[in-house]
Ligand binder design. Structure first.
Ligand code: HEC
Length: 111
C-alpha cells in the first residue's frame, strides 16, 4: 500500500515536471539571468554587452538547435568563445537544464 502511494507521488511529481509550460521555463530563464548577474553587463544601454533583445535578433537567424548550441557554448566558455575579449566569464556552475531555460528565455525575446 505504501509503495503504491509512493509510486503515485513519484508519478505526479514527474507529470508536473512535464507540465511545466513554456512560459514557466521562460520566466525561470529570466530569473536565472538576474540571479547569475548576467544583466549587470547585458543592459539596455549595451555599453558593456548587448541587451538580450539584441542577442535574440542575431540568434533568431539560426536554426533553433544551432542557436541553443551557440548560446550554451557562450555561457559555458564565456565571451572568448566568440573570439572576443574574455569580459564575460565562463559559467561552469550553471546546469544543462538551467542553460536550456536561459536559451529559451533569450530566444523568446524580440524587439
Ligand atoms: C562581465 C560582463 C558579462 C556578464 C556578467 C555576462 N556577459 Fe554575456 N557577454 C559579455 C560580453 C562582453 C559579450 C560579447 C559581446 C560582443 O562583443 O558581441 C557577451 C556575449 C554573450 C552572448 C553572445 C552574444 C552574441 O552576440 O553572440 C550571450 C548569449 C551571453 N553573453 C549570455 C550571457 C549570459 C546568459 C550571462 C549570465 C549567465 C552572461 N552573458 C553574463 C559580457 C558579460
Amino acid at each position: 500500500m505504501k509503495k503504491t502511494f509512493l509510486s503515485i507521488a513519484v508519478l505526479l511529481g514527474s507529470l508536473s515536471l512535464f507540465a511545466q509550460t513554456n512560459q514557466e521555463i521562460i520566466n525561470k530563464g529570466k530569473e536565472l539571468t538576474i540571479k547569475n548577474g548576467c544583466t549587470a553587463c547585458h543592459t539596455n544601454s549595451g555599453s558593456i554587452a548587448p541587451d538580450f533583445t539584441v542577442i535574440t535578433v542575431k540568434y533568431k537567424k539560426l536554426k533553433e538547435l544551432n542557436a541553443r548550441f551557440e548560446i550554451s557554448n557562450v555561457i559555458k566558455k564565456g565571451s572568448k568563445y566568440l573570439g572576443k575579449a574574455p569580459i564575460m566569464p565562463a559559467y561552469t556552475q550553471i546546469s544543462e537544464s538551467e542553460i536550456r531555460a536561459i536559451s529559451t528565455y533569450i530566444l523568446s525575446l524580440s524587439k
